[in-house]
Design a protein around this ligand. Structure first.
Ligand SMILES: [Zn+2]
Length: 497
């Protein structure tokens, strides 16, 4: 999903400075960190041992008690980075329902077990499936050059041979309607200005069906993202009763070139080749692990992210880092011998990218009263510097949660505000569970999102550690809260922003 706020520059600018040494360390740490206790500093261990019980009423206790130990341990963490390194480098592409996703399931189960989680299991989920195959796009008139492109998820291919056609380049839906008479037999390119993911993603999802209504043979889009000559993929859909034409993202620069040629009165010709193929739905799974609560195991505090990722780049920001953070949260608590009163459950959802099938299946299977979810947190906005949490809950609930975020000021995560929680936890939140969206300073996110640049080296290790501190610190406070209810009225929520 997309970040709600972009107030500070991202921490990603320091990525390049020390990353080579840090990533090398992550490789070295793999055999040490899986199945072995990571080193805990003497200060953190002492703080944990002498800490009083946490309560929501006094932030001061949180600041000086176990939460302080959690923050210190998290900021020194190497476990999350080692897990993310292995997911990115050794699992490979992991579209829902694919062989790569099955490797990702093994990764998740192994790393969850290495946290000391009490239980690790998988929940079967049937998911849509799709294969990209080989693909390319080439401008052939008025001259020949290759165009950067990525086929859109769920698109059909070009039937085993290149599709060659003139391009009709339009800015937006309105211009397509105005020039609808020119579309038949041509490739329609949409080149809307970048406003933001929300406004722009409609062109990715609907370009093919809108263009096909007017007889176009393929649809191209300016990507729902940006970055130097970087195409971005993502899911699209067809009308049930409409023609199914191939759809692909060009780069921002490539789309602009075709649009300018159109404006100059030229009729550029593109050759498009795609082997893409939607497949029958197939078996996949959510991976779940939990640390059972010491007093109220039937009350669940869920922390989640999606394990599936587009088959371009490594899915490091989207959403591999968050998967590693949720797993590492359990490791941090276990390393400090902090077993909260409530159960902390990690859920790594499948098929967020294809439409949220994993999240819906989870809510259907586990959304009942026994055990009962009291809060669900999701991270799916990239791994940049922490920016706090957006909360889907009533205003008084947000106030009641503030003490749990207050100690996170040291990592810039003490802000709570009403807002979006997440796609995967959405069905659960709709039933009245408090929904929390983990927020980051994601101004740069759409350079990487769904594109080839979303790789391990785009994630700053310092941001990973800071986000671990934010999530583990917040979740420990909530899960260990001594009061009977986390919020006065969790059922009456604010509307989506
Ligand atoms: Zn995502």
């Amino acid at each position: 999903m997309f970040p709600q706020s972009c107030r500070l520059p991202s921490g990603s600018r320091r990525v390049l400075r020390d990353q080579a040494a840090t990533y090398a360390l992550a490789v070295i740490l793999v055999p040490l960190s899986v199945g072995m206790a990571a080193p805990v500093t003497a200060t953190a261990a002492a703080a944990a041992a002498s800490a009083p019980p946490a309560t929501a009423a006094t932030a001061a206790i949180l600041e000086t008690g176990p939460v302080a130990a959690v923050l210190e341990r998290a900021l020194a963490d190497t476990f999350a980075l080692a897990a993310l390194r292995e997911l990115c480098d050794e699992v490979g592409p992991r579209l829902a329902g694919s062989e790569g996703m099955r490797r990702a399931h093994q990764w998740a189960k192994r790393w969850l077990a290495a946290t000391g989680a009490d239980t690790v299991w998988t929940q079967p989920v049937t998911v849509p499936r799709w294969e990209r195959g080989r693909e390319w796009a080439r401008l052939v008139e008025p001259y020949a050059i290759d165009l950067g492109m990525l086929g859109l998820g769920m698109s059909v291919g070009t039937g085993g041979r290149p599709l060659v056609a003139e391009v009709l380049a339009v800015t937006d839906w309105d211009e397509l309607e105005a020039r609808a008479g020119e579309a038949a037999g041509r490739i329609v390119l949409f080149n809307p200005p970048w406003i933001g993911y929300g406004p722009n993603v409609q062109y990715r999802s609907q370009a093919a069906r809108r263009a096909a209504q007017h007889g176009a043979v393929a649809a191209l889009i300016r990507p729902a993202g940006f970055g130097q000559n970087t195409p971005h993929t993502g899911v699209m859909s067809y009308a049930d009763d409409g023609p199914r034409i191939p759809a692909a993202s060009l780069t921002e620069e490539g789309a602009a070139l075709l649009w300018r040629l159109d404006r100059a009165g030229r009729r550029p010709t593109v050759s498009l080749y795609m082997e893409a193929e939607p497949l029958e739905p197939g078996p996949c799974a959510n991976v779940i692990g939990e640390l059972r609560g010491r007093e109220r195991p039937g009350e669940i505090v869920l922390i989640g992210a999606h394990l599936d990722a587009w088959d371009t780049g490594q899915g490091a920001h989207d959403d591999g880092a968050a998967c590693a953070l949720m797993i590492a949260t359990v490791r941090v608590l276990n390393d400090l011998d902090l077993r909260p009163r409530r159960t902390v459950r990690v859920v790594l959802f499948t098929s967020e990218e294809y439409g949220g099938q994993g999240g819906r299946a989870y809510a259907e299977a586990y959304g009942g009263d026994d055990p009962r979810h009291v809060l669900a947190l999701e991270s799916d906005s990239g791994c940049f510097a922490p920016a706090g949490f957006s909360v889907r809950a009533a205003a008084e609930t947000i106030e009641a949660l503030r003490p749990f975020a207050a100690p996170l000021a040291t990592v810039g995560a003490d802000t709570l505000y009403p807002g979006w929680a997440g796609v995967d936890i959405g069905p659960l939140v709709e039933t009245g569970v408090i929904g929390i969206g983990h927020r980051v300073h994601g101004r740069e996110y759409f350079r990487y999102h769904h594109g080839p640049a979303d790789v391990l080296t785009a994630v700053a290790p310092a941001d990973l550690a800071a986000n671990l501190a934010a999530i583990a610190g917040f979740i420990y406070g909530v899960a260990d809260f001594a009061g009977a209810e986390l919020a006065p009225d969790p059922a009456s929520r604010t509307k989506d922003d």
